[in-house]
Design a protein around this ligand. Structure first.
Ligand SMILES: [Zn+2]
Ligand SMILES: [Zn+2]
Length: 364
């Protein structure tokens, strides 16, 4: 039986979000209905609302979520009713050319639910990142559910579903940060601060946080930065990084902003043969112009990080365990807890740079 629940939609470009009735269909053979307990508010949700992703309105927003499996399709074997799960937006297929070559974190054919959720008049909703979790219950593919320690605060666990995982993985997986490395992170919002936490977890001994907002540099320090650079107070970020590293630059730079100017800073702030990781998402009109010889003569590795190159089944339970053991302060990313009707206010707080994450909590 389908069920009707409350969910937050974006009906048209730029219009305020609305809390409306949404119909959640019965799960298809490999689908799962998840009773959402908490869902973080991410920049990507705002980008959907503002038309920055595509124009497939109306959108069902929300995607950084944790909840309890309420119902499963006839062929589901991956989870059971009652499991506590974190949702992910890259359910790997196991069949595509990336999966077959043993690199499933690049999977080119990820799975989503087989049916759409709809408005009560039958209008199909486009679920944000194939999830849609500012809603009491959502429908996803079984592979989008990763079982984790059920003792964990859902507001904390859900954040692994997107931005925090992207940042942690940018440092740990894509950047391959190791013991004794020096790391710089440009942009200290949720993703950048997670990269800082990831660099610390991986054993980096010098972690330089770069931002223009003192409040964000304070968060960065709490999450593991050993040094900070306020970009508004120095003539040149690259020189400032070199000054902190005997004139050489760092081993790994993570660009969590994703603009041509920040990427150039990342490129030149690293040591010879160092690594640049781009995890901030540029917009289509951005262009980069640089001397090609610099790419050759400086050597090293220039990488992009999709979702932190994570494998949810490998990474989510491990990171939750590290959190529960007090070795990864994931709870510091939760700045405020709000209700399902507060998404619009949370977007404003995000735009004002006042929060690392607002998390919508759903009381069942
Ligand atoms: Zn695949
Ligand atoms: Zn996100």
């Amino acid at each position: 039986m389908s069920q009707t629940v409350k969910g937050v939609i974006s009906r048209s470009k730029g219009a305020p979000t609305e809390l409306v009735d949404v119909v959640v269909p019965d799960p298809g053979p490999n689908d799962v209905v998840v009773d959402i307990q908490a869902c973080g508010v991410c920049h990507t949700d705002l980008a959907y609302k503002e038309g920055g992703i595509n124009d497939e309105y109306p959108f069902l927003l929300g995607h950084e979520a944790a909840g309890i499996v309420e119902a499963i399709g006839s062929d589901v074997t991956h989870v059971e009713v009652g499991d506590f799960v974190v949702l992910n937006w890259r359910a790997v297929c196991g069949e595509c050319r990336a999966c077959k070559r043993g690199k499933p974190w690049y999977c080119f054919d990820t799975h989503n639910a087989s049916k759409s959720m709809t408005l009560t008049d039958g209008t199909e909703l486009t679920a944000a990142l194939g999830i849609g979790a500012f809603i009491e219950k959502t429908l996803v593919h079984e592979g989008q559910c990763t079982k984790v320690n059920p003792e964990t605060d859902p507001a904390v666990a859900g954040l692994l579903g997107c931005g925090v995982m992207a940042g942690l993985g940018a440092a740990m997986n894509t950047g391959n940060v190791g013991r004794g490395d020096s790391v710089a992170v440009i942009g200290c919002g949720g993703v950048g601060d997670a990269a800082i936490a990831g660099a610390r977890l991986a054993g980096a001994t010098k972690i330089i946080a770069i931002d223009r907002d003192p409040a964000k540099l304070q968060w960065a320090t709490e999450l593991g930065a050993t040094h900070t650079i306020n970009g508004a107070e120095v003539d040149d970020v690259v020189t400032a990084v070199q000054d902190l590293t005997d004139g050489f630059g760092v081993d790994v730079v993570v660009d969590a902003v994703g603009r041509p100017e920040t990427w150039k800073e990342a490129f030149y702030a690293r040591d010879l043969a160092g690594t640049v990781v781009l995890v901030g998402v540029p917009t289509p009109e951005m262009k980069l112009e640089m001397p090609l010889v610099d790419f050759f003569s400086r050597g090293g590795s220039l990488k992009s990080s999709w979702y932190g190159d994570c494998l949810p089944e490998r990474d989510f339970p491990m990171l939750i365990d590290l959190y529960e053991q007090g070795r990864l302060p994931l709870d510091k990313f939760v700045t405020e807890r709000v209700g399902l009707g507060d998404v619009e206010a949370a977007f404003e707080a995000m735009k004002g740079g006042k929060v690392l994450r607002s998390v919508v909590e759903l009381k069942s």
